[in-house]
Ligand binder design. Sequence first.
Ligand SMILES: [Fe+2]
Ligand SMILES: [Fe+2]
Length: 196
Amino acid sequence: MLVKDTITIERLQHIVKGRLSSKRFAHTLGVVDMAKRLASHYGASVQQAEVAALLHDAMKESPLQEMQSLVKEAQIPVDSEMLKNGALLHGPAGAAYAKLILHIHDESICEAIRVHTLGSTHMSVLDKIIFLADYIEPNRDFPGVEELRALAFKDLNAAVIRAYDGTIRHLLDQGLSIHVDTIRGRNSVLLERSDV
Ligand SMILES: [Fe+2]
Ligand SMILES: [Fe+2]
């Protein structure tokens, strides 16, 4: 079982709703919708996609200290840059929350939650689906989003690279640092494409 017998999708929805602002919960439901559609399109598990999408931002509005202690307890490796920044740590913290608090022991789900913000090298199809769904869910509105949504259903890797590009461009425009996992993640998808 992906989820403890006693926890249903409805129960998970209820738990996540109670942890998030209405705006972020609406975003979460948008990610669920997009992730399920992508999973079905690419022959991935729709159930895994639904659970991972539902939980991806479950820790995003929690205090940094809470994120830090959960990550430590779950022994999820993070670097000092992630540890002091909730915007980066909420992925690993979400994975820890899923594992420790909700008893979701499906590693694929926890990994997709862990890497949804920064990306990683060797992303699975599920990792890519959650990463991309977070970027293009129906509530997102930025120039080119419609084209990217269309591309997501034609060429998953090309769309993931575009999502990395958009994230990196945004960080550059804002004068912010770019985590090395994001650079490595983009490089690895580029390499995967050139291998084809
Ligand atoms: Fe997130
Ligand atoms: Fe998100």
